[in-house]
Design a protein around this ligand. Structure first.
Ligand code: NAD
Length: 338
């Protein structure tokens, strides 16, 4: 058994992706909490956990005194759950998105700072072997300084349920992944955005499910995002199709295949200069998705090494979401503020 004790809050769909890595890392799960206590009990039984199940987080924290809390509740509950855990002296790792509003997210970041505890948001798509290799190819400098990034995400997605009724389903529920990936791949941060959301003719969604966003990033780079969940035919992958242009070449990341590209090969002047192919290094990332995030979190507890998704950093990805929505509402370019 690892020396770390944890309480898991939220026993819904995504918890199925968290219990196996928690158990593989020998974390001692001392409590499972859900407002639907039957769901908490069911998960505990499924994983043969002889632990407390309850619908009262504060009570469970007082009784079990864990080192950390895993927040797998719905976005609107993250603020309350995370702040309660921090107040009880726990570190927190939680699912994206950090919160349902920027005001709430700022409160959570402040609470982590005041408690002097880690609050890490898990963005599972950062822990993907193809993405890791693509990021290393971009960082190798072969295409030079990044000037332009594009991401296309198109899919006909018939979820039914809340996504078809909410406003901004694409930007709020999906684009957080792509916006965070843009920061992950390039190391650039958002500065400003102009966004237009819309609901195409024939849409089965009530809210605006398509969008085009132009982000001005740090270092003068531009990131253009085009996406829709209401686009039948020729879908992209869930991770989107990416093009990274640098001063010396281009890298493509498409259909979840290893990144590849072309760079300038000679210095002879010509209309089309000579190019040579470049390829991503071999994928080496061992711990994927939620397991990768958990490994970084546990490494912080052991060594103090800062993980990706630390809340002061992750709030920048969330800020892209809310700035894009506000830009659309106001029909104007807005600064992205954290
Ligand atoms: N990384 C990914 O790719 C990915 C995929 C799916 C969901 N998620 C994220 O995971 C989170 C949970 O999503 P889900 O699909 O499991 O939702 P879900 O609705 O299936 O489960 C959420 C659970 O949280 C419980 N809950 C709600 N409020 C609570 C509170 N205040 N205290 C305790 N329990 C509470 C609910 O009763 C429910 O059992 C969301 O933030 C979602 O965006 C991430």
């Amino acid at each position: 058994m690892s020396k770390f004790k944890a309480v898991v809050v939220g026993a819904g769909g995504i918890s199925g992706a968290w219990f196996p890595p928690l158990l593989a890392e020998k974390v001692n799960i001392v409590g499972v909490v859900d407002i639907n206590v039957a769901a908490a009990r069911q998960r505990a039984e499924e994983h043969k956990l002889a632990c407390e199940t309850s619908d009262n987080l504060a009570g469970t924290l007082k009784r079990t005194r864990p080192d950390f809390v895993v927040d797998l509740t719905i976005p609107e509950a993250h603020g309350k759950v995370v702040c309660t855990a921090l107040r009880h002296g726990c570190h927190v790792i939680g699912e994206k998105p950090m919160a349902g509003s920027m005001a709430e997210a700022r409160r959570m970041v402040r609470a982590a700072r005041e408690a002097e505890k880690l609050y890490m948001v898990s963005q599972s798509r950062r822990y993907d072997a193809v993405h890791d290799a693509a990021r290393r190819l971009i960082a190798s400098g072969k295409i030079g300084k990044i000037t332009t990034v594009q991401c296309d995400f198109f899919m006909g997605a018939h979820f039914g349920g809340f996504r078809e009724e909410m406003p901004s389903p694409l930007i709020l529920d999906m684009a957080i992944h792509h916006f965070d990936l843009a920061r992950y791949f390039t190391g650039l941060d958002p500065r400003a955005v102009y966004a237009k959301e819309f609901n195409p003719a024939g849409s089965w969604y009530q809210g605006d499910v398509s969008a085009s966003c132009i982000f001005e990033m740090s270092d003068g780079a531009m990131f253009t995002y085009r996406g829709s969940w209401c686009a039948e035919g020729c879908p992209t992958s869930w991770n989107g199709s990416w093009r990274f242009i640098g001063e010396k070449g281009t890298i493509l990341l498409e259909n979840d295949q290893p990144a590849r590209g072309q760079v300038v090969a000679g210095d002879k002047p010509a209309f089309h200069v000579k190019l040579k192919d470049i390829h991503a290094p071999k994928p080496t990332l061992k711990f994927l998705k939620q397991h990768g995030a958990l490994r970084e979190f546990l490494a912080y507890l052991r060594t103090g090494r800062q993980p990706q998704g630390e809340c002061h950093d992750n709030i920048k990805s969330l800020a892209m979401v809310f700035a894009a929505i506000e830009s659309n509402q106001k029909s104007k370019r807005l600064a992205v503020r954290v």
